[in-house]
Design a protein around this ligand. Sequence first.
Ligand code: SF4
Length: 375
Amino acid sequence: MVPTGPVPEGLPDLRTMTLADAEAFAVAQGWQRFRGEQVWRWVHDKGARNFEEMTNLSQSTRDEFAAKATIGCLTVAEVQTSKDGTRKIRMTTRDGASIESVLIPMGEHVTQCISSQVGCAVDCQFCATAKMGLKRNLDAGEIVDQVYLGKRILAEAEPAARISNIVYMGMGEPLHNYDNLITSLKILTNDKGAKLAHRRITVSTSGLVPKLAKLGAETEVRPNLAVSLNAPNDAVRDMIMPINRKWNIGKLLAALKAYPLEQRRRITFEYVLLAGVNDSLADAAQLAKLLRGFKCKVNLIPYNPHPEAEYARPSAAQIDAFQNECKRLGMSTYLRIPKGDDIDAACGQLANRSNGSPVVPLRIRKGPPPPPPVE
Ligand code: SF4
């Protein structure tokens, strides 16, 4: 069992509650149900960070809530801005852990990449977060508060800009923190809270096969699904993603074939291009064969270098050739232009680094990679 963050005061945390939980909480205290909704909306719609900000509640109601509940808050430790406008927010949890989230400008809109765990257990060999190891799961409040803080920071820096999409692609494997993932999705998509459309949210997974079936069976939340594939065969995937030794490509694709997709939705396959590892035209041909018949698109992500891995980004010509071959073979393929790589905010680079140096020591692992998470 992966631990989740402590609540220092030992009180229930309103930020981790769905609306139904908050109403039930109010009733359990002997208060009227609507009080639960009132306070919940302050936290998840208006962005209140303490009870004193809830100005339409009487002082005695605020005091009653403050005696029985808390509102968990992340604190912003640093905001770094890239020359391309990407912002990386480093946040501290109540128990002193560091996590990161990234605001990525996409034309007129901003996509926010959020974290689901402190570190990660999956150990993808090209990923800087993997070098943190897994410290703990984030609770649902810590997941959604990244969005609320992102909104505040963006409103101050660029009042006209809006966060239009959320991607669970930051630190951690979201499906390894399944219950908190689902609670956070219920909170973010509630019409009385952050009001994010389901189709504007993407959950990315390295392929925790048993949890894919569970996610597909959820009725209240329907995020988009992205799968970090990164290899056209098991030999390469075994090497760069140890999780493949437990759930190989065959098992992963079988689970995805059974995944219920809504109309007009496609699975996104992410493919980090590593020079000399998975970027040949033969790799493109194998990939096309593998994904034939899938309702999918492929996002090609040129590797973003960092000191913890020895891979290299393919040349621009090789990236072009790979993409052209994918297209020629009928794959819907998009090239993700690296953003924020000058502040270590690009895909695969998140490791609490400030001006190039880690603020939290990274793990120097000796010996073979540990086994992948078993859940
Ligand atoms: S790529 Fe994602 S799943 Fe893999 S180690 Fe990094 S954070 Fe974890």
